[in-house]
Design a protein around this ligand. Sequence first.
Ligand code: MN
Length: 665
Amino acid sequence: MENKEKIYDDLIKCLNENEYPKEDIEFIKKAYFLADKQHTGQKRASGEEYIIHPLSVALYLAKMKVDREMIATGLLHDVVEDTDYTLEQISEQFGESVANLVNGVTKITTLKNSPTKSDLKAETIRKMLLAMIEDIRVIIIKLSDKVHNMSTLCYVSEEKQKRTAKECLEIYAPLAGKLGLGVIKSQLEDLSLQALKPHIYEEIINFSKQREKEKKGQIAEVTKKLQQKLEKANLKYTIKSRTKHAYSVYNKMRKFNKKLEDVFDLYGIRIITQTVEDCYAVFGMVHSLFQPVPGRFKDYIANPKSNGYKSLHTTVMVAKRTALEIQIRTYEMDQMNEYGVAAHWYYKTGEKNGDLKWLEELKNMQTESLSPAEYYQTIRDDILREEIYVFSPKGDIYKMPQGATALDFAYKVHTQIGHRCRGAKVSGKIVPLGKALKNGAIVEIITGKDACPKMEWLSLVKTTDAKKKIRAFFAGLDKQTAEQQTVQPPLSNKQPDFTTEEFTPKRLGQSISIADNRRISIEINGEKNLLFSFARCCHPVPPDNIVGFVSRGRGIIIHREDCESLRSQPDYHERVLNADWGRITGSKTYSFFMKVVPTNKHYIELMSYIKKKKGSVLDYRLDESTKNENEIDCYLSVDMPASIDEHRILKDLRNLPSVNFVGKR
Ligand code: MN
């Protein structure tokens, strides 16, 4: 059991370390003495003195380096509710700002007259989010309060433990994640796991302690190698080793159905340095020291997570069969990743942390008439869900909540695309409109001029936005039409051969490229599933020799190996990666040069032929500069089943009426 003197000393020590000015420390001390006096004689369920609780909350807050008002509120947050001290008195003693914060936190906890338990829960959360919209500091204090309550959860009934832990995983931990409060999020998750699955939690903790002991020597060796390399480059840096928190290990076991021993990166190293440029330089050095594990490189600097999380992640082999995750980031990113929104009081950047658009969504939800249950669901499944990234065939990135479907995507792209949606393809295959999309999916929406929304679509979409648009569509129609819609037979099984976009002569005149990332398989450092895009400067097509280049904002870009503009890039050698056109099993890639008659018919003929042979187009370009009435140059790369030989394809292409000439490239 902790005693209050010790925590109080820790608090003052922490304030001094984080360089709070003297008058701030006095202000916080004054709040402590008042709270201590008011809570005298009160006990927590654990039997501890009550003051331990607000004092611990204040300590969490001080570690986040937030302002003195928030820390004082941490100390005073239960004074008004649990003692005879009033808000007016707080306002007199500590100012209006602290009084408002205390009021915000108190309002959340004192909501007791809703009809049912689940309504009460939803209502509490609604209040909390409302208070948060007004002042985001309220939620940071509330979340710190939650961490301490969760850490003393073992003193309440088992049933209540489980219920609280479940709610914590559904709402509070994701909320902390959304705000970028990484430290609070992992604490809440671990404490919830401990309450929900005590055995698994123990197992993970013991296992990682044992692992830590075993790996100590190895980590020291790796750190030494890194230090030598970094020192040579004259970089300012800090290296930290770290253990993965229990819940993320548990998640990995569950997601990949693995045993504890097989979740290999329990342990990791973090390199913190000064600038973004340094991060990429360090990344190159790490890869030159150790063999990277394919597919494990993630560039969250170029593509930050929606909560603003920025870092480079890579996994490397440091010894035979020993992989190690290495994170690389700047000092500022590190602080932001750990304390998110709260870090702003320290950095005083004024720059918003990550994307807080979802707060706007929350505000808008207040005006919709949702039942408490609906409200809770929307918050849980839509707003607080982690995001996935989905791509259009052109490579535009869209952020969607996890669980979003192809139909949600259609509405996200454009309301009219949603309304006219007839079907969807993911990676070239038709998928049901209501199927949840995976992160990184490339989604193509097939539209039809006569298509329109059906009532049952409401059950196929997961996002509030799409639901709203579908409802609006039906609200705009007269009742009869809406009913007709609902009795229409489901979508016919016959899928259109092409997207309905017309291939007009005007379009033909332009030089277009339909490079189709879905079907192009590229191996980067031996790994097939990395995201990439093609360089516009040299436009590589099979079978050109190619390389990958780690860009400073657009992930990995594929260039031709002999690309001039690539060579002139600074630190070219640190950032270039091996790449090769991947072999799609059972298929071969061909590139042709053709002279063709520029009409609609030509494109249809060509595509029908390739479809019939079960091939797919990788690249198709018309060279505008060669266009005359009767002929235009055309470049084609296709992936064809290995069973058809090249002569056959050449012959077939020559036989197409619109093709005047075909040659190999
Ligand atoms: Mn409390």
